[in-house]
Ligand binder design. Structure first.
Ligand SMILES: [Ca+2]
Ligand SMILES: [Ca+2]
Ligand SMILES: [Ca+2]
Length: 440
């Protein structure tokens, strides 16, 4: 064969292979420093679904003798083509920043919350805060608009927004003066992030905990879910129906107390980071609240889901999302629950798989078309199984843009942790209740 013809043929074959490859992950962070990135959150511009912002942290240095001493910086990334290509930046203020999450308002502004901990690891608590950063240019630049909870020792903040009113809700854990309690606190902004209400405690002495996340109901109700600790092994729910002015005096136990012995060293005894979403679709389960968390069992873990149809007063029996992990011996974790415009329930999660050289991870997606009672096949959406380094963060928050789910996570395929996304078409062309990505 003529050499030119042979190379043309090769090009055509390569082109076909690339076009049919699925998944094909897009790298989000653009650093080349060998630093580790993880702990991701994603938001979509309601005015332009191709415009998204992702946030995550970057470990800029760590103590090899004490891996928990990680000096971190907030990173953000933006895309204007639906997540096919990204640009990223680091918050360059010289201060430890971590635990970020992001939302977008009706005008297409993005808001990020992040811990700021000056002096880390010897934190200057007087000047520690939760910072609110705002972008009015699609995520290219952010400027700080507010500081919340100033002067307290805090952890695990999370942000949500009411898509009807643009009220911004912030929740977090406050460890108190002696740093041995963990109260859930709340603040609200009704002026597009310029100011926040005075922080108020919403948990009570029987519902200490951490890893709080908020969600907004179909009538503006605010729900906050968190994992209990200190002998209160439960998933707790709190609710406000007046914009955050008043809350339940007795928080609702979504599940618990746990009959499961906590793995050694795990204070949150049995249950991990819980996520929550309200079905805001026009589907048959509109208004249903879904809660999802990791249940730790001897030698492994399960993804556990429950729902409520009465604004959180009563909860279904817990459902084990996976009958079995998609790979034998796989450890399930970092789950997030979303509901799409048709009311279908989607769960993304990490699967950790033992490997002779350590532990590999892959990202998966599974979908329920019957209101969370049963889930379809788990489909791997990372390109493969990859190493993970030191710490993969506590959460990976995907997003839905129209009929597309955009998953996000971190893995070490290039030798250090980087952040990746995958677009998943939520179509179901043959109408059998299994989405195209799983049918194919
Ligand atoms: Ca309460
Ligand atoms: Ca990296
Ligand atoms: Ca199908």
């Amino acid at each position: 064969m003529h050499p030119l013809r042979a190379s043309l043929l090769a090009c055509v074959l390569v082109g076909v292979a690339v076009a049919e490859a699925w998944p094909a992950n897009a790298r989000v962070n653009q650093d080349h420093d060998g630093h580790h990135q993880a702990e991701t959150s994603l938001a979509v511009n309601p005015r332009d679904p191709l415009n998204m912002v992702a946030v995550f942290w970057e470990v800029i240095s760590y103590d090899p003798q004490n891996l928990s001493n990680r000096e971190k910086r907030l990173n953000w990334a933006w895309t204007r083509d639906g997540g096919l290509t990204w640009q990223s930046r680091r918050l360059e203020n010289g201060v430890y920043s971590s635990d970020p999450s992001v939302v977008a308002d009706k005008q297409g502004n993005f808001y990020v919350e992040t811990i700021l901990a000056p002096g880390f690891p010897d934190i200057d608590v007087e000047h520690a805060s939760l910072a609110i950063l705002k972008s009015t240019d699609g995520g290219e630049t952010f400027a700080q608009t507010a500081e919340v909870g100033l002067g307290h020792f805090m952890d695990k903040p999370y942000i949500a927004i009411d898509p009807d009113t643009d009220a911004i809700y912030l929740v977090w854990s406050d460890f108190g003066e002696k740093r041995n309690d963990s109260w859930i606190k709340f603040a609200v902004s009704t002026d597009h992030g310029a100011t926040f209400s005075i922080p108020r405690q919403i948990s009570n002495s029987g519902s200490l905990g951490s890893f709080a996340t908020p969600a907004v109901g179909t009538n503006g109700e605010i729900y906050v879910i968190w994992s209990g600790w200190k002998m209160a092994e439960r998933i707790w729910l709190d609710r406000s129906v007046d914009g955050g002015r008043t809350w339940l005096q007795h928080d609702v136990a979504v599940i618990g107390p746990s009959a499961i012995a906590a793995p050694k060293g795990l204070k949150a005894a049995g249950y991990g980071f819980a996520t929550i979403v309200v079905d805001r679709s026009a589907g048959p389960h509109r208004g249903r609240i879904y809660a999802l968390w990791t249940t730790f069992v001897a030698g492994g873990s399960n993804l556990t889901l429950a729902w409520s149809d009465d604004r959180g007063d009563h909860w279904s029996d817990p459902v084990q999302v996976l009958d079995a992990p998609p790979v034998a011996g796989g450890i399930q974790g970092l789950p997030w629950v979303l509901v799409d415009a048709l009311g279908r329930v989607h769960v993304t999660y990490r699967l950790g798989v033992p490997d002779p050289a350590g532990r590999l991870r892959a990202e998966y997606l599974t979908t329920s078309t019957d209101g969370g009672m049963t889930f379809g096949p788990s489909i791997r959406i990372s390109d493969g199984f990859y190493p993970q380094f030191t710490f993969n963060g506590d959460y990976d928050q995907p997003a839905i843009a129209g009929n597309t789910l955009v998953a996000i996570w971190a893995d070490g395929r290039l030798g250090d942790n980087d952040v990746y996304t995958q677009r998943v078409d939520l179509g179901d062309d043959d109408g059998d209740g299994i989405l195209n990505y799983a049918d194919n």
